[in-house]
Write a new protein. Structure first.
Length: 376
């Protein structure tokens, strides 16, 4: 048994002082005071560091120089996961933005094989599109955008051994199909959408569970037309994904969402692109060059094209820029996304029975070390 001893330990629910996480076989056995570490346990003394649950990112397009859309393969998945692990992310959903049916089949196959092989850090697949509103497509290729038809249904089936998250525009998909997908176990988020308030509420009632990068690729909320963004803020049970990089959202907008939504319903996502974990200043997306300037990924037209954000930076931004308490910011990167994905009973916390996936942070919230199943 290993005992991870630290001055501060965040369980996912509360901060413990001078505590230790006891780990056996890659699973947390208990969290105990420092004085109660069993004799014979192998001590991993982390000193004055903070031990927190490993981060979980529901929206990762790429990293380490790899873009999942370009290479939906096991090698690409390993490369992406390894790049984000440096920044405390121990679990992620590789994200395929709108593409052909063949590319979606390849993505499903690659993720299924990675799950079966136990590739570290891969929790499932996020299909962001192609069932989106063309008027709110962002940098998604308009060629692929369409409502789902019979041939698409096999690609929307649950993913054995992992989670499937699908981002769709509620106005492009029949409510009956949303209900059917949700009943099958598929996680559904609304995004790239111009749905009005009533249609969004109907989609939430049918099975939509949350919102992909709230405010981005959505119409602005107004006093007489709250729209999809207003429905997201008004609805108590849904989760909202936020890209807190200082570019996708104004700090005040993040604070307003934080004050509006119940605790536990905000989820940090990076929407990361291939440059994360590299020194590269550009990459190719859909045949177009995207440049990284001032921390922003910009298309030739000046549109935001994903982000250069890592999850540790998102947590730091929440604390330093927004004023969110540290415990809540850490939960937004761990316990909350795990719950949104339906895996909150085994990931996202440091508690008995949970995977020993940890991030070690210094006083500046810089990642010192990352552990997967209790191993660095």
């Amino acid at each position: 048994m290993d005992a991870f001893l630290c001055s501060r330990l965040f369980t996912g629910d509360e901060m413990r002082r001078d505590a230790a996480a006891l780990v056996a076989g890659g699973i947390v056995d208990a969290v105990v005071p420092a004085a109660a570490i069993p004799a014979g346990a192998r001590l991993v003394d982390l000193g004055r560091a903070l031990l927190a649950p490993g981060f979980i990112d529901l929206q990762v397009n790429g990293g380490g120089g790899a873009l999942f859309n370009d290479e939906p393969s096991g090698a690409s998945l390993e490369r992406i996961a390894a790049a984000h692990r440096r920044f405390g992310t121990t679990g992620l959903l590789p994200t395929l933005i709108s593409d052909s049916r063949d590319k979606r089949r390849q993505a499903r196959r690659a993720v299924s094989e990675a799950l079966a092989a136990g590739v570290p850090g891969i929790l499932g697949l996020h299909l962001e599109g192609p069932h989106l509103n063309p008027q709110r497509r962002g940098v998604h290729d308009a060629r692929w955008l369409a409502p789902p038809d019979a041939e698409d249904l096999e690609l929307l089936a649950p993913l054995p051994g992992g989670a499937l998250l699908v981002t769709l525009a509620p106005e492009t998909v029949p409510l009956e199909l949303i209900a059917r997908l949700a009943a099958s176990g598929v996680r559904i988020a609304a995004g790239h959408s111009a749905a009005d308030y009533d249609r969004t509420l109907a989609a939430l009632a049918a099975g939509v569970g949350g919102f992909t990068h709230l405010f981005n690729a959505m119409p602005p909320m107004t006093s007489r037309d709250p729209g999809i963004a207003g429905a997201a803020l008004d609805h108590r049970d849904s989760w909202c994904g936020l890209i807190v990089d200082g570019h996708h959202l104004h700090d005040a907008a993040v604070r307003l969402v934080w004050r509006a939504k119940p605790k536990g319903k905000l989820v940090l996502v990076t929407d990361a692109m291939p440059t994360v974990g590299t020194d590269a200043e550009s990459f190719r997306l859909g045949g177009e060059t995207v440049s990284v300037r001032g921390g922003r990924c910009l298309s030739a037209e000046g549109r935001l094209a994903g982000s250069a954000l890592d999850m540790a930076s998102a947590v730091r931004n929440c604390v330093a820029r927004i004023g969110i308490p540290l415990e809540e910011a850490l939960a937004m990167a761990s316990a909350n996304p795990a719950t949104a994905l339906g895996i909150g009973d085994r990931y996202g916390r440091i508690a008995p029975g949970y995977a020993a996936d940890f991030v070690v942070l210094d006083e500046r919230l810089t990642v010192r070390e990352t552990y997967l199943n209790g191993r660095s």
